[in-house]
Design a protein around this ligand. Structure first.
Ligand code: F6R
Length: 243
């Protein structure tokens, strides 16, 4: 595991964007696994900047997002489809047919999940996966409890619903269910970047990287990955012993 503890959110965002830039330059048809949430926003800003400055070309890149809420329309401002479009996908030259985000509106969710895993597999697996981390240690929406291999439907925990209520007008508006990529596709990525910012994430980072590997802390499984790059700010890294 490589750990970078950067001074602040901006430096952390740039470092993560630079790793992606390197990846896409080395392999222009990279398969990128993408995350939503507050954490990667700054990183996406840098990627858009690199694209606009002609430092990066996404025309052969394929993307797979980690997750999506169940029941939110693509145009709903809190849907992850909307988030990705707003922060990255509408601003770069990735091809529409190369963009994959789980469909939270389908009738047959099991089929949606199976098809998502097959699509990742037929693309050859993920080259570089970006991950944020929940306060409870979740990655994607893999909530504490069991490690589930496949893309699946998940009941969000109260912790996650409360944490994500900051994006919605009322807590009751937060969807209670989601679709998330499972541990097989995440751990199958050739390289993983785990990002975290702020003191609220310090405990989750400490437990995930220096605690026991347990489904109670889903991100702890990352300790088993051969090519994990941790990119966090000083506040998120405050409780780590091995820096
Ligand atoms: C989002 C995702 C989640 C978030 C996590 C942290 O696609 O997979 O695991 O990364 O909930 O969210 P933020 O960055 O908003 O603190």
């Amino acid at each position: 595991m490589e750990i970078y503890i950067l001074e602040d959110y901006d430096k952390m965002s740039k470092k993560a964007a630079d790793v992606i830039k390197e990846q896409v330059i080395q392999k222009p048809n990279s398969i990128l696994g993408l995350a939503t949430g507050s954490t990667p926003e700054g990183m996406y800003k840098y990627l858009v900047e690199y694209y606009e400055n002609n430092e990066l070309d996404f025309k052969d890149v394929t993307t797979f997002n980690l997750d999506e809420y169940l029941g939110l329309d693509d145009l709903h401002e809190q849907s992850y489809h909307y988030f990705m479009d707003k922060h990255l996908l509408s601003k770069i030259n990735v091809k529409k047919e190369n963009i994959h985000i789980p469909d939270g509106l389908g009738i047959d969710i099991d089929n949606t999940c199976t098809k998502y895993d097959k699509a990742i597999e037929s693309a050859g697996g993920i080259d570089l996966q970006i991950l944020g981390i929940g306060l409870n240690g979740h990655i994607g929406f893999n909530e504490p409890g069991t490690f589930i291999a496949e893309t699946h439907q998940v009941d969000l925990t109260n912790d996650t619903i409360m944490a994500n209520s900051r994006f919605f007008e009322n807590q009751e508006d937060v969807p209670k269910m989601a679709i998330t990529m499972g541990m097989k596709s995440i751990m199958g990525a050739k390289k993983i970047i785990l990002m975290a910012s702020g003191s609220s994430k310090a405990r989750a980072i400490k437990m995930s990287l220096e605690g026991p590997i347990t489904p109670d802390v889903p991100a702890s499984i990352l300790q088993l990955h051969q090519n994990l790059i941790v990119i966090i700010d000083e506040e998120a890294g405050a409780l780590l012993e091995n820096k």
